[in-house]
Design a binder for this molecule. Structure first.
Ligand SMILES: *[C@@H]1O[C@H](CO)[C@@H](O)[C@H](O)[C@H]1NC(C)=O
Length: 132
């Protein structure tokens, strides 16, 4: 079965990479550290959130030790480290090719691992993660 280009690209780019591949290779001066601001420990991740020129659908690790997220729609100094509950959740049902999926699927994955979309429209958004 042919692998959809989107999935293949995402796979090549790595399991944790849910954004465009070159974003993480940003030069250090362009990446401001979030640590200037205190963590909002009781905050809730806002997905997707905007940070710099990226849109993030899950917790991110951009030159930081641990994954974090913004608690506002657009990052403005409010952030928190992600705990188990904070990571992005599968969105059901979602569209993939011409089908509607109501649970994780192996369709299109080269290794037969189950994955899900993080938005309702995989075809358009191409944002996904593996299911545990
Ligand atoms: C961003 O989130 C923080 C923490 O929840 C909140 O105090 C602040 O008012 C929010 N900012 C905006 C513009 O909503």
């Amino acid at each position: 079965m042919a692998l959809p280009v989107g999935l293949l690209l995402l796979w090549v780019c790595g399991f944790h990479c849910v954004v465009c591949p070159d974003y993480e290779d940003d030069d250090p001066p362009a990446v401001e550290t979030i640590i200037h601001f205190p963590e909002v420990k009781d905050g809730k991740c806002f997905f997707p959130f905007h940070y710099k020129n990226g849109i993030f659908y899950d917790c991110v690790k951009l030159k930081t030790k641990h994954k974090w997220c913004s608690v506002n729609e657009t990052y403005q100094g409010y952030w928190k480290y992600c705990s188990e509950d904070d990571f992005a959740k599968c969105v059901f049902p979602f569209w993939y090719r011409h089908m509607i999926y109501r649970e994780c699927t192996e369709d299109g994955d080269a290794f037969g691992r189950k994955w899900c979309s993080l938005t309702q429209h995989y075809n358009k958004d191409k944002i996904w993660k593996y299911c545990d």
